[in-house]
Design a protein around this ligand. Sequence first.
Ligand code: GUN
Length: 285
Amino acid sequence: MTTLLKAQPVVDQKIADLTKRCQSLIQKGKRPLMKVVLVGNNPASLTYIRNKKKMCETIGAEFELDQLDSSISKTDFLAHVEKLNQNPKVTGIIIQLPVSNELKSLRISQLVTPEKDIDGFHGHNTQWLYEGSIQTNHLLPCTPKGIVELLDYYQIPLKGKHAVVIGRSLIVGKPLSMLLSNRNATVTLAHSKTENLADLTKIADIIISAVGKAELITAKHINPAKKTVVVDVGMNTLHDKLVGDVKFDEVSPLVAAISPVPGGVGPMTVISLIENLILASEKQS
Ligand code: GUN
């Protein structure tokens, strides 16, 4: 029987704790406020933002969206972010990616002040990963943090296991490879130029695909004798349906456990973001 790594039980557990911590901050006069900055109106971004807003409301935190025109200049954009950095009412800031082409040359990940960087992208926050920290009281990048918490909840061991991470993005692949290594996994970081990917995935204990390519991982990537765990980070549209990077129907009978899309890594990312919001607000209060 294949175990489905669903996020819902983990999310339910976390909501209870985060609601309590949020109430306690409100009583101290420091209501957590998540500010999302969106440039333009990318439909996928608007969907992600809706999920963040809903989760803020669930735990009693405030949420505000600043939707900026796609033609905004670098100077005006930088001034906008700096005003949020300086505003004591705003306790967590996200610059929703992607931004417009005009703004792409800015080092977006370094613009939000580290204390309010609930994405965990700023060098001051990712530094903890380089240093080998496994502590949970830092603003760690949300998707990697959510993936490790999902694996922990389902008691999937990491120590000494071979994890093949596919994709080397700033948001997922790079920080995840470090976080897994800090948890004593042996990590292979594969990417678009990797040759013979299937040779690597067939010897993996854990495969994590964060590429954004529908049906990239198929039966040919799995060794059924290995009892592999598969984590699917993909959010792709195929025939008007949300699908991951893994051809689910083909792969799921061949593995020990697999995270579904939707209902797996997506909600774990959102709850990690809310956890970072509460953590940032607590540190500021
Ligand atoms: N766009 C897609 N995923 C993310 C994320 O985790 N953070 C931000 N800021 N933008 C994104």
